[in-house]
Design a protein around this ligand. Structure first.
Ligand code: PMP
Length: 403
């Protein structure tokens, strides 16, 4: 039997463990609804935290950009793809996150997967939080540096590992907001450890930029670590695909670090630049995020988070208490409800879907075994009544399971 035939049995094994992933065909509906395989569902699965994917200001920016720039970028930024729009976006991103310089990439995954190998290599050491996003993990692997994985948020463990490491170049990599748990890393403590051990800190704030900190400037600004006194040992990375509502990503830091990344990041050099129409959309989004409208959207989002957490707090509903579903201690738009087994999470997702709600089940290997969950993602696009509907559907599902 050829090894190619084994793919059938391997796929069947995924089915047997309830681990086969499928995609749905979607298009946006009104408000926070999505038409999913032809059926309108109220969606709690998007990282569009401020509802900007549908914003008129962004659409108008794209229409205008298409007229000026056309569609594709045509070449790598190192050849002829670095449009005036992309250049302007880099300046505005650096200003937004209050760091000296920024570099704009076509995708977040590719950014982390390729900047880590540009920074460190064989003989160097990477220190990685156990819950980091896959693209940071893959970047560390690609770098061929030694990788020390520390338990989630275990700063004492990280300190000991930094102390014990003989490597001359040490890079600490961490999500700022953890994508499946919603908690925020202690950035001050991480940076202090990096200062103490001559290490560089790379932060992935994909889920914080636009949402956290003053004017949505992100988790680093929220921790008071940006501006004129910013450390020269921090690289701040975020996608533009979540709260910003577009696509692409950026990394910001000191001029010398960004200049080095410009020289040495393979996905920057060898990939076609992000189209100017996306840069113009991101520029329009930044204007919204940094302005009064952004503030109002963040307040709306905070109100929904508080509403959901109150509705799922212990004691709020007897059936929910009996079900033992546990909301993780998150203050961000990512509100995971831990259910337990992959099968239980899938069953709950299916029940909610019957009620017209789309809340994704996240299963191993994305999260540890036994902690399969519904990843409830809230957005400023949600109405109070939307969250109320979700709460009622969860209560009904809990009552059905524990009658
Ligand atoms: N980092 C984190 C923490 C993410 O959640 C994601 C998206 N899932 C990425 C990076 C990748 O970004 P993009 O989707 O823009 O490629």
């Amino acid at each position: 039997m050829s090894w190619l035939d084994e793919f059938d049995t391997r796929l069947a094994a995924l089915d047997a463990q309830a681990l086969r992933r499928t995609r749905r065909r979607v298009r946006p509906g009104p408000g926070a609804t999505m038409v999913v395989d032809g059926v309108p569902l109220l969606a709690f699965c998007s990282n569009d935290y401020l509802g900007l994917t549908q914003a008129g200001a962004l659409k108008a920016a794209v229409h205008a950009a298409v007229d000026t720039y056309g569609v594709g970028a045509g070449a790598s930024p190192m050849v002829s793809g670095h449009s005036e729009a992309n250049a302007a976006l880099e300046t505005e991103l650096a200003q937004a996150v209050q760091l000296p310089r920024a570099l704009y990439f076509y995708a977040g995954y590719a950014t982390n997967a390729s900047i880590v190998p540009a920074l460190v290599g064989p003989g160097d050491a990477v220190f990685s939080d156990a819950l980091n996003h896959a693209c940071l993990i893959d970047g560390a692997r690609l770098s061929k540096a030694g990788v020390h994985r520390y338990a989630h948020a275990d700063l004492a463990g990280l300190a000991a590992a930094l102390q014990a490491s003989p490597a001359r170049r040490k890079l600490v990599i961490s999500d700022a907001v953890f994508s499946m748990d919603g908690d925020v890393a202690d950035l001050r403590a991480l940076l202090a450890l990096c200062e103490a051990h001559d290490a560089l800190l790379l932060l992935d704030d994909a889920h914080g930029f636009g949402v956290l900190g003053p004017q949505g400037r992100g988790a680093l600004a929220a921790a008071g670590l940006t501006g004129p006194g910013a450390s020269n040992r921090v690289l701040y990375m975020s996608t533009l695909s979540k709260a910003i509502g577009v696509a692409g990503a950026f990394v910001a830091g000191t001029d010398r670090l960004i200049e080095w990344l410009l020289q040495k990041t393979r996905s920057y050099t060898y990939a076609t630049a992000a189209p100017a129409l996306l840069a113009e959309a991101a520029r329009a989004a930044l204007r919204v995020v940094l302005g009064d409208e952004g503030e109002a959207l963040r307040q709306r989002l905070q109100a929904r988070i508080a509403q959901l957490r109150a509705g799922l707090a212990p004691g709020a509903d007897a059936a929910l208490d009996a079900a033992g579903w546990r909301l993780m201690p998150s203050a961000t738009a990512i509100q995971p409800l831990v259910v337990g087994s992959a099968e239980a999470a899938l069953a709950l997702m299916a029940q909610l879907r019957e009620q017209g709600l789309w809340v994704p089940a996240i299963r191993p290997p994305t999260v540890p075994a036994g902690t399969a969950r519904l990843r409830i993602a809230l957005s400023a696009a949600h109405e109070e009544a939307d969250v109320q509907r979700l709460l009622q559907a969860l209560q009904a599902a809990a009552a059905r399971s524990y009658r």
